[in-house]
Design a binder for this molecule. Structure first.
Ligand SMILES: NC(=O)C1=CN([C@@H]2O[C@H](COP(=O)(O)OP(=O)(O)OC[C@H]3O[C@@H](n4cnc5c(N)ncnc54)[C@H](OP(=O)(O)O)[C@@H]3O)[C@@H](O)[C@H]2O)C=CC1
Ligand SMILES: Nc1nc(=O)c2c([nH]1)NC[C@@H]1CN(c3ccc(C(=O)N[C@@H](CCC(=O)O)C(=O)O)cc3)C=[N+]21
Length: 842
């Protein structure tokens, strides 16, 4: 920055300043030790109030209602009260060092972006023809990109190329996802239509801000453009960073081009300046400029603005960059501004030089727009980024990311979701009548591209979502699904595709987290009443086909359960009942905080997953809703489930084949059917389940407590199961092993079975309503290694006392006297009468 400053100094002293050494510079680095002109006291604001980026001041907010209008003239800009006789020391506004400071900030952000999401912004420049000045500007832009770490691409086309060629290049850049800004250097050759070409630049990548929609939004009150033209932004930036206030100032803008004059005028008005526009047809332009506190010139006419055009103490921003042919200069020309600099220095209180004034800051603004575009593309929001929509307030209670922890965030609202609970957020028409497929799908597609990104489903919104698959396998790892709002399922059959078995599915992902305080509501009641409940659930669950000599459980339970099944319609829907939330084939899955309720079937399912943690969630559906499992595990390993509150119409937790290393603790269950392993081995299949720990569980009003159920005819094994500290209240049968599981009225007797061994029950206490213990093992494959300790189960009412513990082919150890005494357990090992084959081994 020092170098930049001194080079500017040199340039000045070589020219005008040689005669006028009384110059003060404004540069961010030198600001505090430079002397300012007494009557021009730039009140330097805190740096972060000047804003880089698309943010506009909230200028339209409350016209007239907030602060009273400023007095017509203020002394600080050198109005009437300027001490005319005092020596005027003009401040040279050092654009070069201001640009350096801005670029430093951009560099930091680009690096942070690279570190956190492994992406950098990309700028594509299209240059047509060989204008030397254009080549210089473009070179400057590319060089500046390199300085801050923005990737730059350049397309050079010949002067005589066809318009279509330019359009093709633009179109390619529009489509390139690594390009976030597209700039077509002006002027274009005569034979080309500027409007056509500029209009072809994607609105989202229009870092020049020249697209009619961006320009229109800049002009319209209450609207915000995606980008503000760089030169206009540079003028404002220079003024603000030099501590010059705009509110109420008289500003004369010379020039009304789309590129500079017009957007500058618009932007100035957003800052509450009073703007006069001077153009080629203005009579006596000097009459206009002479009363202006600030003169901004963008006419493209060297030395147009004479000293006599300026009010004493005026502030002069010289946008004009006019190449003057001179072979003695390196590129064959030198630059002059619109302002006769030497004369202006005599009257102005502050002025931008050319070069070294507006130009470098314009380039910095281009970089800033490109960075903003990339951040928008990747969904990155900085600290305090305000919400565009509703009152959602973002991620409900989660701390906002600071710029240091830049996170790519994709809010479904930004992808067109309505969140009114009525509109199908599956199909959304955007403002530009561009039909986005699926707001949730689009948000997911965007998040999928960025490592460690976040999809946001904001609080206080209700989203109607049809079946959807949030699918890898080509997604970047570590995606967070921040669910603070409510997602509801459609209730009409039409909204469901034929045969969809799950509603919200996450598949083939590495590190996927669902968290937040939101709700997933399956609105299953329509499905429950329509479901095929022709089977008595008690018979279905415990109506095992036992050898005749044993009492049938179903007979016992029938009296305890009252279930209305008559007269219910069996409809086509029953075949497409679905799981609310399902994870498939994923690694490192976390589900926390949320509530899942009223699923038509299973609430939360994990299939082929590894390293799963579920905690602090609530699962809820009515006790009489059919088949509504709480959490269903299948072919999954290393699963930790804790601090879960569950009430549902079926198993609270159901552990199926292929599961091992499952640890479940601190779970409340009820109503529901308890915690179950199985049914396993259906249709003579092989089942393998091992290393399951279930501890510190409260079961209230459930059908069973902890249960293992297998079908006859299966193979494989269940081993190393531990149930400890299980508390039961009014549970029909707290401890169940059922190797005769059958959901039909009759199941064929078969000899093979899934082998059960090493099953420990430790501290199982509370009250039951049907029977304390039911351990019914297979004749051909008795259960071995059942250990019972601290079992204390009391009948809720005296009449239940009639039913004693039941055991069949159950072998193991009793470690303490139990209540009631479980004398039916056979102590020791069963006589091995079965030859194990590979088929049985897991
Ligand atoms: N430093 C920077 O970052 C940038 C500098 N520039 C420079 O700014 C200047 C203007 O650029 P641009 O807007 O693209 O140019 P244009 O030629 O498109 O527009 C010039 C504007 O100035 C007006 N004008 C021309 N002559 C006079 C005059 N004698 N008196 C009053 N008004 C006049 C024109 O009026 P009318 O509408 O009636 O024709 C027109 O509105 C150029 O020197 C350009 O190089 C441009 C962009 C960035
Ligand atoms: N699509 C498009 N967007 C533009 O923003 C655009 C354009 N076309 N066409 C031309 C004008 C002009 N313009 C300048 C940018 C930087 C300097 C600049 O960096 N000037 C340096 C000196 C340049 C030099 O080294 O010669 C300075 O003033 O110190 C000048 C002028 C952007 N324009």
């Amino acid at each position: 920055m020092r170098a930049a400053l001194s080079s500017t100094l040199k340039k000045i002293s070589a020219g005008a300043a040689a005669r006028r050494p009384r110059v003060a510079f404004v540069s961010p680095a030198s600001h505090h030790h430079r002397r300012h002109h007494q009557s021009n006291k730039p009140t330097k604001k805190r740096k972060d109030e000047y804003i880089l980026g698309p943010d506009l001041p909230d200028i339209w907010a409350t016209p007239g209602s907030s602060s009273p209008p400023p007095p017509p003239a203020e002394s600080e800009t050198g109005g009437a009260t300027v001490a005319v006789d005092a020596e005027l020391v003009p401040t040279i506004i050092d654009g070069k060092s201001i640009a350096e400071e801005i670029k430093l900030g951009i560099t930091k952000e680009v690096h942070r972006m690279k570190d956190t999401i492994k992406k950098v912004p990309g700028l594509a420049v299209v240059l047509v023809g060989q204008r030397r000045d254009s080549q210089t500007y473009v070179r400057n832009k590319i060089k500046a990109c390199e300085e801050v770490g923005i990737r730059s691409l350049m397309a050079e086309l010949s002067e005589g190329c066809a318009e279509d060629e330019v359009l093709n290049v633009v179109s390619e850049f529009n489509q390139d996802p690594s390009v976030h800004g597209v700039l077509v250097q002006l002027p274009l050759p005569q034979h080309m239509d500027e409007d056509t070409i500029l209009g072809a630049v994607s609105l989202q990548k229009d870092v020049d801000g020249f697209h009619p929609l961006n320009m229109g939004n800049l002009a319209l009150r209450g609207r915000e453009p995606l980008f503000i033209p760089c030169a206009a932004k540079a003028c404002i930036e220079l003024l603000l960073r030099s501590g010059i206030k705009l509110k109420g100032k008289n500003v004369a803008v010379i020039g009304r081009s789309n590129v500079v004059g017009l957007p500058t005028t618009l932007l100035l008005q957003r800052h509450h300046a009073t703007v006069s526009v001077v153009h080629a047809f203005t009579n006596n332009p000097e009459d206009v400029t002479r009363v202006a506190d600030i003169v901004i010139s963008a006419a493209g006419v060297p030395n147009l603005v004479r000293g006599s055009w300026l009010k004493r103490g005026a502030i002069v921003i010289d946008v004009g960059t006019n190449p003057i042919e001179d072979p003695s200069f390196e590129h064959g020309y030198y630059l002059r501004g619109d302002v006769c600099y030497e004369e202006a220095l005599q009257v102005a209180s502050a002025i931008t030089p050319v070069p070294g004034g507006v130009g470098p800051v314009t380039v910095a603004m281009l970089l800033s727009n490109t960075l903003d575009s990339a951040k928008r593309f990747y969904g990155i929001r900085n600290n305090g980024g305000d919400r565009r929509h509703g009152s959602g307030g973002g991620s409900g209670g989660q701390p906002r990311p600071t710029p240091e922890t830049m996170v790519a965030m994709f809010d479904v609202l930004d992808f067109g979701a309505k969140g009114d609970g009525v509109t199908d957020d599956t199909k959304v028409d955007d403002i530009d009548s561009v039909s986005l497929d699926h707001a949730f799908e689009a948000a997911w597609a965007a998040a999928c591209k960025v490592e460690a990104s976040t999809v946001i489903v904001p609080a206080e919104f209700e989203f109607l979502v049809r079946p959807i698959s949030f699918s890898g396998p080509y997604c970047e790892p570590n995606i967070v699904f921040q669910l603070d709002g409510t997602i509801v399922a459609p209730t009409s059959a039409g909204a469901w595709g034929a045969g969809s078995l799950q509603w919200l599915e996450f598949t083939k992902l590495q590190e996927i987290t669902i968290r937040g305080s939101g709700v997933i509501d399956g609105r299953g009641s329509v499905w429950w009443t329509n479901s095929d409940s022709d089977i008595d659930p008690i018979n279905a669950e415990l109506g095992s086909k036992m050898p005749q000599i044993k009492p049938t459980v179903s007979a016992l339970l029938a009296s305890a359960f009252v279930k209305q099944t008559e007269g219910l319609l069996v409809t086509v829907f029953s075949s497409s009942l679905f799981q609310a939330l399902r994870f498939y084939g994923s690694y490192n899955v976390t589900v926390t905080g949320i509530r899942i309720q009223n699923s038509p079937r299973c609430h939360l399912k994990f299939d082929n997953c590894e390293a799963v943690e579920v905690f602090d969630i609530t699962v809820s559906s009515p006790g009489d809703s059919p088949n509504t499992d709480g959490i269903h595990l299948q072919n999954s390993r290393n699963v930790l489930i804790h601090r879960v509150d569950m009430g549902c119409g079926d198993d609270c937790v159901s552990i199926q084949t292929g599961c091992s290393n499952i640890y479940i603790h601190d779970v409340d269950c009820g109503p529901g059917h308890g915690i179950s392993i199985g049914g396993l081995g259906r249709d003579n299949t092989k089942a393998c389940v091992s290393n399951i720990t279930v501890r510190d569980i409260n079961l209230r009003n459930t059908m069973t407590g902890v249960r293992i159920k297998t079908w006859q005819g299966g193979s494989g094994s269940v081993q190393a199961i531990q149930f400890s500290n299980i508390k039961v209240w009014e549970v029909q049968i707290p401890m169940v092993i059922d190797q005769f599981y059958c959901d039909r009225s009759s199941c064929e007797n078969q000899s093979s079975a899934v082998a059960l061994s090493s099953i420990a029950y430790e501290s199982i206490r509370g009250t039951f309503t049907v029977k304390p213990v039911h351990l019914a093992c297979s004749d051909s494959s008795p259960c071995s290694g059942i250990s019972l300790s601290e079992v204390e189960l009391e009948p809720l009412q005296e009449r239940h006392h009639m039913t004693d513990p039941f055991c069949w082919q159950a072998f193991g150890e009793l470690y303490a006297p139990t209540i009631p005494p479980i004398t039916c357990l056979q102590i020791g090992k069963p006589a091995s009468n079965r030859i194990l084959t590979d088929h049985d081994l897991c």
